[in-house]
Design a protein around this ligand. Structure first.
Ligand code: PGA
Length: 258
């Protein structure tokens, strides 16, 4: 069976409550334009409930078909972790997804593969689908270390997961040099790394499982470059930052993956 394409909007630390509501309503009203593509909105944690309400989410099911996700979470279920959000809290508000190990978490907040691994396991245990992010820096790419870096991140972030768990996750390949820079990877550059990730998943689980896992590309995806990325055999969707803040752009990208 073909992998269902998945386009997720990572709003990062942007918008206010009114704008979050407005953007959600605009996407939900036009979801039909992106028929066949799964859409996920990942607002700041504080606005997850606002977006859930705007989607009329009840019990994790949205009548509009737009799914909801967190941008990060703690790996512990509860306790003295000031400022953190527990996996079950996202589930409680109707989230199905959570982005983990985004390069901004890795570089600005010191998240290691071991931390991403603990969070990935916690997300799965809570019933959330983790979107596990990996990707090399410009220096690593120019030094010819892309494959080695991505291999280490995939193996480290997914260490100890069963084949059944690997089947449930989404992986996002986001070259750090392409995030928020306007410099998108060429479709061939992206495809090469996506194929590598799929072969790593085959080694960790099985070729059959690897064939079911969706691998998103992220990094300066826009409506005008999405179609070329979408043509690649191992690119199953996009994780979109800047362009997800405009309904037109977000839906334009989703349409390219139909
Ligand atoms: P960008 O961000 O689309 O603004 O480059 C992508 C991401 O960080 O997920």
């Amino acid at each position: 069976m073909a992998r269902k394409k998945i386009v997720a909007g990572n709003w990062k630390m942007n918008l206010d409550r009114a704008k979050a509501r407005e953007l959600t309503a605009a996407v939900a009203a036009r979801v039909g334009e992106a028929g066949g593509v799964e859409l996920v909105l990942c607002p700041p944690a504080l606005y997850v409930e606002t977006v859930a309400t705007a989607l009329h989410l009840a019990g994790g099911k949205s009548p509009s078909g737009v799914a909801l996700g967190g941008q990060n979470m703690h790996d512990k279920a509860s306790g003295a972790f000031t400022g953190e959000v527990a996996p079950a809290m996202f589930v409680d508000l109707g989230c199905q997804y959570v982005i983990l190990g985004h390069s901004e978490r890795r570089t600005l907040f010191g998240e290691t593969d071991a931390i991403v691994n603990a969070k990935t396991k916690a997300a799965l245990a809570a019933g959330l689908t983790p979107i596990v992010c990996v990707g090399e820096t410009l220096e690593e790419r120019e030094g010819g270390r892309t494959d080695a870096v991505v291999t280490t991140q995939v193996r480290g972030s997914l260490a100890g997961l069963s084949a059944a768990d690997i089947e449930k996750i989404v992986v996002a390949y986001e070259p750090v040099w392409a995030i928020g820079t306007g410099k998108v990877a060429t479709p061939l550059q992206a495809q090469e790394v996506h194929a590598l990730i799929r072969s790593l998943l085959a080694g960790l689980a099985s070729p059959e499982v690897a064939g079911k896992v969706r691998i998103q590309y992220g990094g300066s995806v826009k409506p005008d470059n999405a179609a070329d990325l979408a043509c690649q055999p191992d690119i199953d969707g996009a994780l979109v930052g800047g362009a997800s803040l405009k309904a037109d752009d977000f839906l334009g990208i989703a349409k390219a993956f139909q």
